[in-house]
Design a protein around this ligand. Sequence first.
Ligand SMILES: C[S@@+](CC[C@H](N)C(=O)[O-])C[C@H]1O[C@@H](n2cnc3c(N)ncnc32)[C@H](O)[C@@H]1O
Length: 197
Amino acid sequence: MDAIAAKWDRIYREVPPHRPEPALILKEHEFLLPPAGSALDLACGLGGNALFLAGLGWEVQAWDIAKAAIDFVDAQARAQGLKIHAKVCPADSLQQENTAFDLIIVSRFLDRTLKDAIIDRLKDNGLLFYQTYTRAKSQPQGPNNPEYLLAENELLRLFAPLKVLFYREYGTFGDVRQGLRNEAQLIGRKHSGRLAK
Ligand SMILES: C[S@@+](CC[C@H](N)C(=O)[O-])C[C@H]1O[C@@H](n2cnc3c(N)ncnc32)[C@H](O)[C@@H]1O
């Protein structure tokens, strides 16, 4: 873990200053968001998702193991007067977390062992936004280790207890020069009642 944190810390210290963007899944589905609530941006990096949500009035926890990234998110939040609690924190702390969130977003990070904790930590009607790289990626961005890459339809299997509001995964089907390639996207809603037949 220390080696991974040190690697990411180095990466973030070398990134030229820029305004981090939210993941496409969030940007394209702002219309699904309640006007405000509590959110967790897990493995937040420079906090593109956290800054976007907090800018809409959400109260956001932003967690990452890279201190350089968390320092950046914290400085941005203070400068913009946003309600972001940024902390250096491994994602598996979610297993000990007592708070439940209206929304959890995970972008470009995969730890399959956290699937149950992610679902547990959503409030009823809470939303999960997930977007990360697939094994069928046709471009070099992202990891190469299959442990960090989604198998076909894997987000659907990992989060099967959630009601699917949106799913996209083109894999290598059709013209790979078009459409969102390399990543799969899921929006799921926690629903404690029975799903309609
Ligand atoms: C590819 S970046 C994605 C960052 C951000 N979510 C985004 O979409 O821009 C992966 C992030 O995961 C973080 N990370 C890696 N392992 C982690 C862990 N065990 N707990 C929390 N964060 C972790 C890294 O520091 C890095 O910021």
